[in-house]
Design a protein around this ligand. Structure first.
Ligand code: FBP
Length: 552
């Protein structure tokens, strides 16, 4: 058997398009809305994007297709981390392109931006595309994290595009990749290349969203996958009644993934990085917050529970970020070699103690030895601590264990504490896309081609009203510059798409906040189970709780 039964079944699935795109290509017309402005720093963004700034929002409608009949040769890349549904963006793009003119060509550039720079691509045909319909992963052409941002890179991309007769490039990526898409679009327009650039909003992290983009694709499937696993662990915890499970979930800095999983599974604890930052919580305060729940439950005879920890949590703890900054300084330049040459951990500890300020050392001393050593082992190519690799699930369970030992000695805690650790990230990034992601992604790709066909550039493919059934979805496009502001990056002010962190006055967080005290002490677990692809829409076509609450 070469294919799994589900794979075969998913090939047959027909993704749902927004109602207005369902009448056939000849009946899709465009309606232009108001001119746009960037979310902040309008003068600066306008000056940096003179050719693509201020363009109009557009929506598609049923009506006579009036787009020019020219042959299109489109190049597409997948950029950044995998997210379920990427293949369907390519399939939707391909189907719209071929339905418009069978001589149109779609080239898939390999391994992300590198493919455009090295001119490595495949030409898609029906057989190629059919093997990837409704499947997870980015293996169709691969992905990469090279940033497309320098003039030199743009020159190479333009040269390669010209060589292949490209009329447009589609960049499927997150906030950084789409920022680069906007810059590339501006470059192509300024040089009068005639090459259009369109972006599609991808990332499981859920942090590419704003008043126009209701959700990035992949967030739905990834969080459903993690929630299934967390629900299974909750059942196990509630069956065995002997472990506290500390579960770190991916999502980079923002805590959208953790929050969505908490809304789906009602764990005892879920930390939210943005709240930790807003309240300037210390490691001790976070530890006490978790230990309080463990103590209450343990004293009631419930020596088990589940705590969700967002990947980016430690960056939000002010004293921890200060410590990381000092460690980066301490090991700058040749000092790393000096440190590495020290023969024992004791000697290294001495070096650290001599080099850190008293405040930073006090935080460092609190950490379990394993985490202390991790901070000096895992460095990125620039010599910085890789914060996302810190095993924060182990960090907090260790700190809680130490705190509980004190409480036991003081006689306030009478329970038992045993911990298990998990990290869920890669498990969810290439899952078969949920029906929602399969439909949304296919629509984004189809829509991206309609934007190309109507001559737009520097736009993000936009499908909105997505908390409703697909026939009510609204297809269109939004100038990427509308989502941009100036931010400090590597010591320079740069125009970037504004990243969306969890809003503490938003409905998803408010709902969580209103329930978490009960969830902390009671066993209120909910078990979402596996993603369902076939069956009633009430089970199979559900959007995330985050989206449902935001739109409620
Ligand atoms: P994108 O922002 O590129 O979509 O990537 C998301 C992500 O899955 C993060 O949640 C995670 O921190 C990171 O990628 C992991 O990256 P890598 O695949 O390079 O290990």
């Amino acid at each position: 058997m070469d294919l799994s039964p589900l794979q075969i079944a998913r090939y047959e699935y027909t993704p749902k398009l927004p109602g207005m795109l369902r009448n056939g290509i000849s009946e899709i017309c465009v309606k232009e809305g108001a001119e746009t402005q960037s979310v902040a720093d309008q003068d600066k963004i306008k000056a940096l994007f003179p050719n693509t700034y201020g363009k109009k929002e557009i929506t598609f409608e049923k009506g006579q297709n009036t787009s020019p009949a020219k042959k299109q040769v489109v190049g597409v890349i997948l950029s950044g981390g995998q997210a379920p549904g990427g293949h369907n963006v390519v399939c939707g793009l391909y189907d719209a392109l071929k339905a418009t003119n069978k001589d149109n060509v779609l080239l898939g550039f390999k391994k992300g931006p590198d493919g455009l720079l090295k001119n490595e691509y495949v030409e898609f045909d029906d057989k190629f595309i059919d093997a990837y319909r409704n499947t997870g992963g980015f293996d169709i052409i691969g992905s990469g994290r090279t940033k497309l941002e320098t003039e030199e890179q743009f020159n190479i991309v333009a040269e390669n595009a010209k060589k292949n007769g490209l009329t447009a490039v589609v960049i499927i990526g997150g906030d950084d990749s789409n920022t680069n898409a906007a810059t590339l679009a501006e470059y192509m327009a300024a040089k009068n290349t005639g090459i259009q650039v369109i972006g599609c909003p991808k990332t499981i992290d859920g942090d590419l969203k704003n008043e126009d983009i209701e959700a990035s694709f992949g967030f739905d499937t990834a969080t459903k996958t993690y929630s299934e696993l967390i629900g299974n662990i909750e059942r196990d915890a509630n069956s065995a009644k002997k472990y506290w499970h500390f579960i770190k979930v991916m999502g980079r800095s923002a805590s959208h993934v953790a929050l969505e999983c908490a809304l789906e599974t009602q764990p005892n604890i879920c930390l939210i990085g943005e709240e930790v930052a807003a309240k300037k919580m210390s490691l001790a305060e976070i530890t006490n917050y978790i230990a309080d729940a463990v103590e209450k439950r343990g004293n009631n005879g419930n020596n088990f529970g589940v705590a969700i920890i967002p990947e980016g949590i430690v960056e939000f703890v002010p004293e921890f970020s200060a410590l990381i900054a000092e460690i980066n300084e301490l090991l700058a330049g040749s000092k790393t070699e000096e440190f590495n040459a020290l023969p024992t951990w004791d000697a290294k500890y001495q070096f650290i103690e001599n080099g850190l300020t008293k405040e930073a050392m006090a935080v460092f001393a609190l950490l379990p030895t394993g985490i202390q050593q991790q901070l000096f082992l895992e460095r990125d190519p620039h010599g910085n601590v890789q914060v996302s690799l810190i095993e924060s699930e182990k960090l907090f369970s260790e700190l809680v264990k130490n705190e509980l030992a004190k409480r036991k000695a003081a006689g306030t805690y009478v329970g038992k504490f045993g911990a298990q650790h998990h990290f869920f990230g890669y498990e969810g990034r290439c899952a078969f896309p949920s029906n929602f992601d399969a439909d949304y992604c296919y629509s984004l790709g189809f829509n991206a081609f309609m934007l190309i066909q109507y001559g737009y550039t520097g736009y993000l493919s936009k499908v909105s009203n997505i908390s409703k059934p697909a026939d009510e979805w609204i297809a269109g496009g939004m100038p990427i510059t509308k989502m941009m502001n100036m931010e400090r990056r590597n010591g320079q002010d740069k125009p970037v798409i504004r990243k969306a962190l969890v809003e503490l006055d938003g409905k998803p967080f408010k709902y969580f906040e209103a329930h978490r005290e009960t969830w902390a002490v009671e066993t209120a677990f909910t078990y979402p189970g596996a993603i369902q692809y076939y069956g009633p829409a009430s089970v199979c076509d559900l959007t995330t709780r985050t989206l449902a609450l935001e739109k409620s």
